[in-house]
Design a protein around this ligand. Structure first.
Ligand code: GDP
Ligand code: MG
Length: 361
């Protein structure tokens, strides 16, 4: 799972990246040619600590999400509007986190001279539309050329699809808001369309607004894609400072600021939800482990996430919901009390399932 952080210069992307990842990438650097910052973030999951009490494992392994901080969004200011390397980077990510400047700070000039989150969202989204349109146009040209030389049903089909997308993009509709069938989604997955990706908006608010800020309806209606976006507000600067403290100080600091739960946990949970993925858990005396799978994944697919051979050799899964296991003291107690369900190939894995796979390889 990879999430690309986008937004205008000095919206707080790198500050947010540092807050999430505990890294110390340079902030306040607006140069566009910089290399992307990249880091793997452990998905916070208190269930793993409880599982560690139950299984006494040698190690605890969290689910992971990779974050990429890519400078380059200009809000349409770039003189030479061509597809840059950073867009190519962005095409590979699973979701976008768009950092939007809400905070006031006279020492940090806004590239457009004033604080206006809706204008900024529109500008960044126009850029996403623009890059997808460019990609569609290029491919339409190639296909037209090809079809001039010889008839080709697949090429013709693709051309029809791309013309449909062209119309949508030109009327500023995100591709994620079109109703695309599963097979259509599969056909076009290789393009990496930016407007097809879920977007989590990070509203970067002032320190003074922590606890009192609410996201206005106007901002909500500016958020695209309509069908696959959501928003979290946080103060990136403070979140970054908190991330550098140890656990005890973190709690005290949050209390003093009136922050009830870690903003970054909300961010990670929301991005998880947007991407349509869930975590299931496994436990043994070797390790307790949280794994990521697509929502709707069946038991053999989940087994395959643990080990590729497990998918082919899948026989059954012994399953218990975490909350259920939490009330007991051990896996063997769950077994002896008949709390473990035996599930087969068609079982759809749920978030928080603790699973022991039976397989044959
Ligand atoms: N006051 C305030 N300043 C912030 C906040 N977030 C970021 N900044 C500052 O804004 C400047 C630009 O931040 P940076 O993360 O480098 O933005 P980027 O260009 O989007 O990567 C830096 O000087 C940050 O310290 C915030 O929440 N409040
Ligand atoms: Mg930056």
């Amino acid at each position: 799972m990879q999430i690309g952080i986008i937004g205008l210069p000095s919206s707080g992307k790198t500050t947010f990246f540092n807050a999430l990842t505990g890294q110390e990438a340079t902030t306040g650097d607006y140069s566009l040619s910089k290399e992307a910052n990249m880091a793997v973030v452990k998905v916070p999951d208190p269930r793993l600590e409880r599982l560690a009490e139950i299984f006494n494992p040698k190690k605890i392994v969290h689910a992971e999400v990779q974050y990429v901080d890519i400078a380059g969004m200009t809000g349409g200011k770039s003189t030479e509007k061509k597809e840059a390397a950073y867009v190519a980077n962005l095409r590979n990510v699973d979701a976008l986190a768009q950092v939007v400047r809400v905070f006031q700070d006279d020492n940090i000039p806004h590239p457009d001279g004033s604080i206006d989150p809706i204008r900024d969202i529109d500008n960044v989204n126009s850029e996403l539309l623009f890059y997808d349109l460019l990609l569609v146009d290029n491919n339409i040209q190639k296909l037209v050329k090809k079809l001039r030389v010889s008839k080709d049903d697949d090429a013709q089909k693709m051309l029809n699809l791309l013309n449909k997308y062209k119309d949508a993009l030109e009327s500023e509709t995100f591709l994620a808001d079109l109703e695309l069938s599963d097979s259509e989604m599969k056909t076009i997955s290789g393009f990496g369309f930016l407007t097809l990706k879920p977007q989590l908006y990070i509203l970067n608010i002032s320190e003074n607004d922590i606890g009192s800020y609410t996201i206005s309806d106007d901002i909500k209606s500016a958020m695209k894609p309509e069908s696959k976006s959501s928003a979290v507000s946080l103060c990136a600067e403070i979140a970054m400072e908190i991330s550098r403290l140890d656990e005890e100080d973190k709690r005290e600091f949050r209390e003093s600021m009136g922050i009830d739960k870690p903003a970054l946990e909300t961010v990670i949970r929301e991005s998880y939800r947007l991407m349509g993925v869930i975590s299931f858990l496994t436990g043994s005396d070797a390790e307790v482990h949280a794994w990521t799978v697509k929502q709707g994944a069946k038991a053999p697919k989940a087994a395959g996430a643990v080990h590729t051979d497990f998918e082919k050799g899948f026989i059954k899964a012994e399953v218990i919901q975490f909350e259920e296991l939490d009330k007991l003291s051990s896996w063997s107690e769950a077994k002896s009390k008949g709390k473990l369900r035996l599930e087969g190939k068609e079982y759809v894995v749920k978030d928080g399932d603790v699973i022991l796979f039976r397989f044959n390889i």
